[in-house]
Design a protein around this ligand. Structure first.
Ligand code: ZN
Length: 58
């Protein structure tokens, strides 16, 4: 439950550029991928070709 996720590295994404221009796909310390909002830095569960975001343009 710890909330100390840290970005290990930012991954390149070549799919869905209309989505990814707003998010960075990041590899997180516990070895999963998350999208990080470029606007507010919030982490959102995601994978390289999809992003599980609903209703937020934040
Ligand atoms: Zn945001």
């Amino acid at each position: 439950m710890a909330c100390n996720d840290e970005i290990v590295m930012v991954l390149e994404t070549k799919q869905n550029p209309s989505i990814w221009k707003h998010f960075d796909l990041c590899l997180i310390t516990d070895n999963h991928e998350m999208a990080s909002c470029k606007g507010c830095g919030k982490f959102i569960k995601a994978a390289a070709n999809s992003i599980l975001v609903t209703g937020s343009n934040g």
